[in-house]
Design a protein around this ligand. Sequence first.
Ligand code: CU
Length: 224
Amino acid sequence: MFNEWQLRTCYQSDRTAFTLNLMNKRTALKYLTGAVAASSLCLISSCSPKDIAFSSIDVTGAEYAKQFELSDHNGQLRHLTDFAGKVVVMFFGYTQCPDVCPTSMTELAEVKRLLGKDGERLQAIFVTVDPARDTAEVLKAYMTAFDPTFLALVPTPEQLNTITKEYKIYYKKVEGNTPTSYTMDHSAGSYVYDTQGKLRLFTRYGSGAPPLAKDIQQLLKQAS
Ligand SMILES: [Cu+2]
């Protein structure tokens, strides 16, 4: 994964090499060895721009957000493994959200459209953090409004507590003027799984449809 730290390492090794002639030979040799070692590290890791594979954050190998067992909006029990062969994009939110959730779902519908025929190999999953108001029926209507293939998961309050811990998702009820007009603060951003159900990417809210579509295309290409 290409990151800021590696970028800095590359720049630093260049600067070290550049200032070599200002030092005495012995110190220079010591620095040179270090610079060469750092440069080869850059070569074998991901400092070269051609190796920058994804726009999203690469979280391959993460030890969380690995599996779930939850009921979907049709009442069917679902696991991540059910979606083998597809790239899964998983998002946590709630249907009465004024901005982040509808924006994210609209963007995901756009991603699917951009993928063309490959859009059939994308599975969007929306997990509600507001099971008190988001019934299966409400969620089904909400998903269908964005794309009929998008699926919502409906955790019980206990399951929500467990899955949000496992997926490192923050959510908190913010009281409104009436008992039912509350809002929910929640993490924005989506997890992206490859066709083998392995967590690969995290995409931040507002990253835009085209970069995510490209990332998904790359994951699909890796699978074929
Ligand atoms: Cu939201």
